[in-house]
Design a protein around this ligand. Sequence first.
Ligand code: 5GP
Length: 192
Amino acid sequence: MSEKVYNKIILITAPSGSGKTSIVKYLLKRFPVLSFSISATTRTPRENETDGKDYYFISEEEFRHKIHKKEFLEWEMVYEGKYYGTLKAEIERLWSAGKVPVLDIDVHGAIHVLRHYPVNTMSIFIQAPSVEELRRRLMNRGSETEESLQTRVNKASYEMTFRNHFENIIINDDLDRACKEAEEMVRRFIEK
Ligand code: 5GP
């Protein structure tokens, strides 16, 4: 295991619709030492999602059981009734494989991880250019009803106010440029 990467964490956080998933995918391709931290969730899988790859899709009962057994590094009810959480075992699994876990998690979960691992964690907050743009992106994704769209937009505007908790902020008005900026930040961090 490389001494250099041991126990590092990369946190990518953003309001939903800020394009963070595209940036995460780009970084994972660019740096083989990075590995996506697979979260547990109680929401239903989308059509293109695979259990054990995109998420560990588990029942609410199982999720609550894991909370009780303190198996989560952090967990949140990100959307009404839907739980999401980072398993301690997932981070350990990646560290012991010599990888740097990349956590694509919500703002509150990310603040929690920063409190827990203040030293070896690099955080990037991805910001959408505007609330209108964010709404447009979420609509284009096509997986939202009008109601869930409004919930996500409201939540996203609120989450924008937490951006100063994070070490790096990227405004995603141009995806290529945002990816390059993130790449530079990650390169500096993993070579440190
Ligand atoms: P989605 O339902 O679109 O996959 O994800 C909704 C939100 O949940 C996204 O902002 C995503 O980053 C966040 N999320 C995914 N996994 C976790 C997790 O383990 N913990 C927390 N706190 N948020 C997560």
